[in-house]
Design a protein around this ligand. Structure first.
Ligand code: SAM
Ligand code: SF4
Ligand code: SF4
Length: 340
């Protein structure tokens, strides 16, 4: 019996373990920290159908990545649920032997009608982005007319059909939704759904990021701990991005993702494939590596695999550890293209 190959390691000894696939650059929200409407308005030109990878192309690339040791695949976007028939892609990916975790990050607006089909297709779980419970704050963050109740319904339906455990991601931006931290914690305490707070990041170049807008992980922890005492939980696996805490009263767990104030580049095992088939080895990359041309020009699986191995073994990325005045003006891929 042949054994899977040893996963490639990059220049900093990090193995390749996760693949995030952006299935579309389109979205039905206009979150201010991701796709501000003044830039992504009605005239913005998104990728054409021909430009984006087909499901078959994504499936083929994912199979090659899994052959290299990738165990976790996450579908993202843009909003993955606006890609027509995305459950067909889920079924293709779920059929790849060796995929231990198949997840999706979504704004949940279409989950009420899609959750069952996703579950049936073989999706394991979903992570839902929700930045506020108060309608006004939610609207100010996401710039959509979809109400909070729809997102909560999406979470509920996902839970009911077995897309569990549902995780909730809340990006915290000072002065915008930090007033919702305790409210969100209270809402999700005891629900079986883990709320994770994410420091607002300087991804892309359009969201007017300022360090002053970041609420540091330490401050979020202190705020919640003062109300409902917390204790640390050991991470489940090396490279887990969230620092985990449990409520001492047994009401479950929270996570805090401190990408800005306590970076975790040394354990970063994630490769990212954009909707147009570029491979990025860092969320803050300036340039992707074009895999789509290889695929469309008839390369063999071995040739594609060698290209991926070459890219990964040359990887030196650690943007968050180097973040400074000097990195501020570097070109960076936009979040909606690379998928978070
Ligand atoms: N549309 C889906 C969603 O919102 O869940 C998937 C794509 S979205 C780009 C993936 C994740 O990135 C979301 O949880 C979102 O909140 C997060 N995100 C986007 N921009 C961010 C930023 N500037 N800082 C921190 N997280 C960000
Ligand atoms: Fe859309 Fe997600 Fe970006 Fe919000 S964070 S604009 S929901 S892709
Ligand atoms: Fe990984 Fe880049 Fe984020 Fe560091 S900055 S954790 S290398 S994606």
């Amino acid at each position: 019996m042949s054994h899977p190959p040893e996963p490639p390691r990059d220049r900093l000894e990090r193995r390749l373990r996760d693949l995030r696939v952006s299935v579309t650059d389109r979205c039905n929200f206009r979150c201010v920290y991701c796709m501000p409407r003044d830039i992504f308005g009605p005239d913005f030109e998104f990728l054409s159908r021909q430009e984006i990878l087909s499901f078959e192309e994504i499936h083929r690339l994912a199979r090659i990545f899994v052959g290299l040791g990738v165990q976790k695949i996450r579908l993202t976007g843009g909003e993955p649920l606006v890609r027509k028939d995305v459950e067909t892609l889920v079924a293709l990916l779920a059929g790849i032997p060796g995929v231990e975790d198949l997840a999706m990050t979504t704004n949940a607006s279409l989950l009420p009608q899609k959750a069952q089909a996703l579950k049936d297709a073989g999706l394991h779980r979903v992570t839902v982005s929700l930045d506020a419970l108060d309608e006004e704050v939610f609207h100010a963050m996401t710039d959509t007319s979809i109400p909070v109740s729809r997102v909560l319904e999406g979470i509920q339906v996902a839970q009911e059909v077995g897309l569990r455990p549902v995780r909730i991601n809340m990006v915290v931006k000072r002065g915008a939704n930090d007033g919702q931290i305790l409210k969100m914690a209270e809402h999700f305490r005891g629900s079986g759904q883990t709320l994770r707070f994410i420091e607002f990041m300087d991804v892309g170049t359009t969201n007017d990021w300022r360090l002053d807008d970041v609420v540091p992980a330490r401050e979020i922890h202190q705020m919640i701990d003062a109300r409902w005492p917390l204790e640390p939980v050991d991470s489940e696996y090396p490279g887990e991005v969230a620092t985990r805490y449990r409520y001492r009263d047994g009401a479950g767990e929270i996570g805090i993702i401190s990408s800005v104030t306590q970076p975790f580049c040394s354990t970063c095992t994630r490769a990212r494939l954009t909707a147009q088939g570029e491979l990025f080895t860092c969320l803050f990359g300036s340039r992707g590596h074009d895999l789509k041309s290889l695929v469309r020009e008839g390369a063999t699986d071995e040739e594609i695999r060698d290209r991926i191995v070459g890219i990964w073994t040359g990887r030196t990325d650690r943007y968050s550890e180097l973040r400074s005045e000097a990195t501020r003006d570097l070109p960076r891929v936009e979040m909606f293209r690379i998928g978070g």
